[in-house]
Design a protein around this ligand. Structure first.
Ligand code: AMP
Length: 304
């Protein structure tokens, strides 16, 4: 099934205890689209870049079969830039730079041939813009939305309106607590469900993810990686793997949502093994399936 992805397309500079990259390919739309590309086609990517955006990055996206007709290029502008630094605790990062550039005036225009996309993933952008995207789409089957601390704190009312029109909210534990002022994550997920999304996924970094629907609470483990170099994009790769699997199977049962959470975790685990998008560059169905099975083994146990 078709998948529409809207979000940032960025040049990231990232430093971790294990190395650094400058102006590497990044952005929420990039990670989501690339992760989802291993599951479904077509993937329609809507975002904006400046005239300085390298051709090799466009080639990377095209090589993953991502349709770029919706990618606006503002020739005279500069691409969105983000810089971050991670310490030994890779769960926490310092944002060193957020240079919005062409992203500050981003007005997502959905091309006519994208308007009937069945699955929609709204990456981390202003919640008002997320709604503006949805106003241009005709009856999607599933809308997944992502958000971050910044929007929860600076545009809470806009976010509340957006939550009413999305089906799945994916956010991390600190964001869930901030949004609901509820320290207990299971209760926080219930509160968020009351705000609109019928499905809530709370990511807990190296402690896995929690899926909450009306009838199901599912706790997914995180993959115990020994080689973890750059956590940038893990959350977006999770969203891409999650919605990619659902778009491929077009099955929204709770049992399949659980599989989608594990595919999301699988793609996130590949993402963090290398810098920038390199961990997502050369995956194959076999590699993905092997890791999916490793996830199954991680928490399978029997009654005595
Ligand atoms: P994640 O690690 O999954 O939270 O996502 C990291 C990506 O988010 C990086 O590639 C950044 O370019 C992008 N990013 C960082 N800040 C913002 C922002 N304010 N709006 C949109 N994208 C952002």
């Amino acid at each position: 099934m078709s998948l529409l992805v809207v979000g940032s397309v960025a040049l990231d500079s990232v430093e971790t205890p294990f190395g650094r990259v400058e102006n590497a390919l990044g952005g929420s739309a990039v990670y989501i689209s690339t992760a989802a590309s291993y599951f479904t086609k077509p993937i329609r990517c809507v975002g904006v870049v400046g005239g300085d955006f390298p051709q090799e990055h466009l080639r990377f996206l095209e090589e993953h079969g991502i349709d770029l007709d919706g990618l606006q290029v503002v020739k005279e502008g500069r691409t969105f830039r983000w810089a971050g630094r991670y310490h030994y605790d890779l769960n926490n990062r310092d944002t060193l730079l957020t240079e919005l550039n062409v992203f500050s005036a981003f007005d997502p225009k959905i091309p006519d041939n994208y308007r009937r996309s069945a699955y929609v993933c709204l990456g981390n952008i202003h919640p008002g813009l997320q709604r503006k995207v949805l106003d241009q789409i005709s009856k999607p089957r599933l809308v997944v939305g992502d958000t971050m601390n910044y929007w929860i704190e600076s545009t809470p009312q806009e976010l509340v309106e957006t939550l009413k029109v999305i089906d799945v909210l994916i956010l991390n534990d600190s964001e869930a607590r901030l949004l609901t002022r509820e320290p207990n994550l299971t209760k926080a997920a219930r509160v968020i469900r009351g705000m609109g999304p019928r499905i809530v996924i709370i990511k807990k970094g190296e402690h896995g993810a929690l899926l909450v629907t009306e009838e199901t609470i599912f706790s997914a483990p995180a993959y115990p990686l020994e080689n973890l170099y750059d956590p940038t994009g893990a959350g977006d790769s999770f969203a891409g793997g999650f919605i990619g699997w659902l778009a491929k199977t077009d099955d929204l049962s709770d049992a399949n949502l659980k599989r989608a959470v594990i595919y999301g975790s699988t793609l996130a685990s590949f993402c963090v093994e290398r810098f920038s998008v390199e961990g997502l560059r050369d995956l194959s169905p076999l590699k993905i399936q092997d890791r999916f099975r490793a996830f199954m083994d991680l928490s399978r146990f029997d009654e005595a």
